[in-house]
Design a protein. Structure first.
Lengths: 32, 408, 90
């Protein structure tokens, strides 16, 4: 199973979710 | 024909992280296997110091590397890290080198004086303190952590509060015995001005011996999930319950196994493992002393390169919930003797129970740092399962007979 | 926002990645993934440009994309990853 193909947005259709994504520093499994 | 596993140029954080990173975002660093306690479920089977522990200078060199790699923060644990004589020095060294530190402690050395240091401007923002607690009452807590450990934890929390330390963490391993105390845990954390953290029990280290008795029952997992969905706004989980995403909406967090991709473990002798819950030869990527330093191991070890290839779901891929739960926790599967490409032992759809009922071999531990002779800190739970061998001369014909638990 | 002067907050570490960058705030422990190299260039350049618009232009961001980039910068402002320049504590 290879990487999913991305439907790249048209240049003008860019939205904020394409630019930033927040995650908690406590939000990755494997740190107790 | 081999597939070229190339990182996509766009995509979500999770999609990117599955391919791994050039440096961990955060990692766990167990500073010592020595510990003043003997918790029944200890993930690192701690108790005795390993004579090959990294020296102060070697630890400083690790911190230097973490700084160069821009690792954002390190969770310093153990054993009990504060019983290393150079702990406070290393803490300051990390802070001075732009490496954030959260340290996990049972509270033994968090005196009022130390609490004041931790609350001082020198530590602000760069130091987080996490107190381990596995029961909202001494009865529940001390059963697994030992007599007096509850009081010790609360004393530490009080000292931190009195010193004005902001936002300590109270970190709980959820068990069959404490799922009924979730509201009490929240109230306790609130009382000390701390943030509650609920985490998953994995069958790792000594946890393998107590998992059957301690792991939450299926209905309790539902209770936990519902509670987190209802009250979990200010509660952390370390993303340790991503296998519960198959109940419905996923909980906050990446919902991704970070092992070898965004996190890893450095152990007291410099061995590097994929995850602190996977301390076993199978998940050992190398040693930072022997293999050219931490960066070299992180970036080029065969194990980590393997983990950074897209994982097939195996038997789980056909399940409609696979996209949410991603097959669950690698360590939980490994230490219960289940195949890694099959269901998590606590799969909420019940596939794990099925798998546990079939033929499986629980792997032998690679190592055990437990104390050879129990001390007065030995928790009741360990006393009950560690019985001296029956002498061949015992008179009682039932000597050594252990009935299986008749009432659960 | 386009006409304002902003800058990266002092407690933020910006770590380049193949896909953009990770920004981590040591004070509030927020972690943000900057998904486009252009955004990374904008954020790095904020402090040196007279206003946000010139930082966008300098990073080669097309004008049609400015609203999305401004929304992203507002997201970063909400978590104190970036700050208005004249409000910086001394």
């Amino acid at each position: 199973m290879g990487p999913e193909t991305q439907n790249l947005p048209e240049q003008d259709d860019i939205v904020v979710e394409d630019l930033i994504e927040e995650v908690s520093i406590d939000g990755m499994c494997g740190v107790y | 024909m081999t597939l070229l596993h190339e990182r996509p140029s766009t995509g979500s954080l999770v999609q990117q992280f599955e391919y791994g990173l050039d440096a961990p975002i955060c990692l766990t660093w167990e500073l010592t296997y020595a510990c003043n306690l003997e918790c029944a479920h200890c993930l690192s089977s701690s108790g005795r110091r390993d004579p090959r522990e990294l020296t102060t200078a070697q630890c400083e060199a690790v911190i230097d590397e973490l700084q160069r790699m821009q690792v954002f923060y390190v969770n310093i644990g153990g054993g009990e890290p504060t019983i290393r004589p150079d702990f406070w020095h290393l803490l300051r060294y990390a802070v001075d080198h732009q490496v954030g530190v959260k340290f996990s402690t049972n509270g033994v050395r968090i005196t009022p004086q130390r609490a004041r240091f931790l609350a001082s401007p020198a530590c602000q923002g760069y130091v987080d303190v996490q107190i381990s607690l596995d029961g909202a009452t001494a009865e529940v807590n001390d059963y697994v952590r030992g007599r007096g450990s509850y009081d010790m934890a609360l004393t530490a929390l009080q000292n931190l509060k009195d010193a004005g330390f902001q936002d300590a963490k109270v970190s709980v391993v959820c068990t069959r015995q404490n799922i009924g105390q979730l509201d009490d845990f929240k109230a306790l954390a609130d009382e000390y001005g701390a943030t509650l953290r609920l985490t998953r029990l994995r069958p790792s280290g000594r946890g393998a011996d107590v998992w059957d008795e301690l792991h939450p029952l299926p209905e309790q997992q539902r209770i936990l999930y519902d509670w987190l969905m209802a009250h979990g706004d200010n509660v952390l989980t370390g993303d340790s319950f991503f296998h519960l995403a198959a109940f419905g909406e996923s909980l906050p967090g990446l919902n991704l196994c970070g092992a070898g991709r965004v996190v890893c473990l450095i152990d007291p002798i410099g061995d590097v493992y994929a995850c602190p819950f996977a301390i076993h030869d199978t998940f050992r990527a190398g040693n930072l002393l022997a293999d050219g330093g931490f960066q070299e191991v992180w970036q080029h070890s065969e194990l980590f390169q393997d983990l950074r290839r897209p994982q097939t779901g195996g038997a789980c891929a056909k399940c409609s919930f696979f996209d949410s739960c991603r097959g669950g926790c690698m360590a939980a599967k490994f230490f219960t003797g289940l195949p890694l490409d099959g269901p998590d032992p606590e799969c909420v759809q019940g596939y794990g129970e099925q798998a546990l009922a079939s033929d499986r071999t629980i792997p032998a531990a690679s190592q055990d740092h437990s104390k050879t002779n129990p001390t007065r800190n030995q928790p009741v739970m360990l006393q009950l399962i560690t019985k001296p061998p029956t002498s061949a001369c015992a008179e009682n014909p039932l000597a050594g007979f252990e009935p299986k638990e008749c009432c659960s | 926002m386009l006409d304002e002067a902003w800058t990266l907050s002092p407690s933020v570490a910006l770590r380049p990645e193949p896909f953009g960058a990770l920004a981590y705030h040591f004070g509030n422990r927020k972690l943000t993934f900057l998904k486009r190299p252009e955004l990374v260039a904008v954020v790095r350049g904020l402090g040196e440009h007279v206003d946000v618009r010139s930082a966008l232009v300098a990073a080669g961001v097309m004008e049609s994309q400015h609203p999305a980039y401004v929304a992203a910068l507002q997201g970063l402002a909400k978590t104190d990853m970036i700050r208005p320049r004249d409000e910086q504590p001394s």
